[in-house]
Design a protein around this ligand. Structure first.
Ligand SMILES: Cc1cc2nc3c(=O)[nH]c(=O)nc-3n(C[C@H](O)[C@H](O)[C@H](O)COP(=O)(O)OP(=O)(O)OC[C@H]3O[C@@H](n4cnc5c(N)ncnc54)[C@H](O)[C@@H]3O)c2cc1C
Length: 442
């Protein structure tokens, strides 16, 4: 039996599971990575920009590869406020972001995860145990096997596989995390969102001209206001190589209460005159939807480890959207790396009990992932307030219309125009309260 036992079984070949697998392979560990999809990435959805430099740790010089799994690097960021006819944007583009390692790359998950899985296969082949580690797809893990509250393996259908440790990297629908008793059965709907996305294809030259892209440069654009038709959430648009990803992230509770369908809201977003101009001539080639965590720490599992067990990525509800960007993939990647490093340490010590496993929690707490999650909880609460996706975008656009109108009348000062817009769409008192909250939390 011991010969058949792995050092680790990883459940889920998303970003977290693949990062863990790569780290284990590089450390000559024997592992089994199991994915229920037909191939890594086949079931995954992201907007999506993978932020930060961790990808370069996993695949050094990934940007030099001819057919790497990423689409474009980001050097152009835009945050857009919308009312029903206008947009007002904060726009930042800089050559500062032009050199690798890039601070963000746009990915399409079915391509990116598959490419990263290929890199893991290469790392397995180069390891000391090329015949003892595997990526197995098209297999759903039904149960984590527990003995005396210690993870000892997994069951899939009638088959059981054993290991000294299990990493759960199953993503936001964390059924196994619940099965092992680390997540309450019921996560309230106001703490999860639904993400929907379309891929719209263009002639590459048209895309590059329209978005002023040069070579592999790309743009990310977040939207608040009209995009979500009064429902909690926001919109996004990212440029891929010859297409864009356009979509929404919407509060599930709010959707239900307002009896609106995500698809109708996406059509509403795309019909906005400014957005319609932007996507003109493109062809919708793909549609996908996926649940996404809100980043509220109250829905994190009770703990992220047990004897022989670690939980990483969105299974642990690691995600942040404090208005600047959605960060889920980079959190998944870092947590996957840290989980695997803990398993490597456990093997060296010959101790897979929770006294070693808890070092994962310490490492995660000390990393930017938990520092940001703790540090920006107030911002998460603030950004989910109706004022952020209703009054603020309306008053910003209201101001824009007044400020940019030249009508051969005496011109009012900007201060006066802002005051008029605030009174029309909200009140100074509400704005001051929001400003204080924003100042403290962002
Ligand atoms: C519309 C949308 C836009 C987003 N935009 C961004 C963005 O721009 N930037 C960003 O960083 N993040 C973004 N995110 C969030 C990001 O996609 C997630 O945080 C990230 O994918 C989490 O990675 P993960 O590896 O933890 O989970 P996942 O990527 O969900 O992977 C989990 C894997 O486990 C597999 N699995 C699950 N259960 C089992 C089982 N029982 N047996 C076998 N396999 C199993 C699944 O098939 C899947 O492959 C977005 C999400 C959505 C929905």
């Amino acid at each position: 039996m011991d010969d058949e036992k792995f050092d680790c079984i990883i459940v889920g070949a998303g970003v977290a599971g693949l990062a863990a697998a790569m780290t284990l392979a590089r450390n000559n560990m024997k592992f089994l990575l199991i994915e229920k999809g037909e191939f890594a990435g086949s079931k995954n959805v992201s907007g999506g920009v993978l932020w930060g430099h961790d990808l370069a740790k996993l695949v050094p010089n990934y940007w030099e590869e001819e057919d790497a799994g990423w689409e474009r690097f980001i050097n152009h960021r835009r945050l857009t406020f919308m009312d029903d006819e206008s947009t007002l944007s904060i726009d930042f583009k800089s050559a500062h972001f032009n050199e690798p390692p890039y601070s963000g790359v746009v990915v399409l998950r079915s391509k990116f995860d598959r490419w990263l899985a290929g890199k893991v296969e290469e790392a397995i082949a180069e390891s000391e145990y090329p015949m003892d580690s595997f990526i197995a797809t098209n297999i759903k893990v039904d149960e984590v096997l527990m003995e005396n509250d210690k993870a000892v393996g997994i069951r899939t259908g009638e088959e059981e596989f054993f290991a000294d440790s299990v990493i759960i990297a199953e993503g936001v629908n964390n059924l196994l995390t619940r099965q092992v008793g680390l997540q309450d059965d019921y996560v309230p709907a106001d703490h999860v969102l639904t993400g929907i996305k379309e891929i719209i294809r263009f002639d590459q030259n048209v895309l590059e001209d329209r978005f002023q892209l040069n070579g592999k440069s790309g743009m990310s654009n977040e939207f608040v206001g009209y995009a979500t038709d009064g429902v909690e959430g926001g919109g996004f648009l990212y440029t891929n190589r010859d297409s864009i990803s356009i979509g929404l992230v919407l509060g599930i509770k709010d959707l239900r209460e307002k009896e609106k369908s995500p698809h109708d809201i996406l059509s509403h977003f795309k019909s906005h005159p400014v957005v319609a101009d932007t996507i003109r001539g493109g062809e919708v080639v793909e549609y996908s939807a996926h649940v996404v965590s809100s980043g509220d720490m109250r829905i994190m599992p009770k703990e992220l480890y047990k004897d022989g067990l670690l939980i990483c990525g969105e299974a642990a509800n690691l995600l942040m959207n404090a208005g600047k960007a959605i960060q889920g993939m980079d959190y998944a990647m870092r947590s996957g790396i840290l989980a695997a490093e803990t398993i490597v340490e456990a093997k060296e010590r010959g101790d897979f009990s929770s006294s070693t496993m808890k070092e994962y929690r310490t490492a995660l707490d000390d990393s930017y992932v938990m520092k940001d999650m703790r540090g920006f909880q107030d911002a998460v609460q603030m950004l989910h307030q109706p004022m952020m996706y209703k009054e603020v975008p309306n008053l910003m656009c209201g101001f824009g219309k007044k400020f940019f109108t030249i009508d051969n009348q005496p011109t009012k000062k900007a201060r006066e125009l802002m005051s008029e817009s605030v009174k029309e769409h909200s009140s100074w008192w509400n704005l001051i309260k929001l400003g204080i909250k924003g100042g403290r939390s962002l």
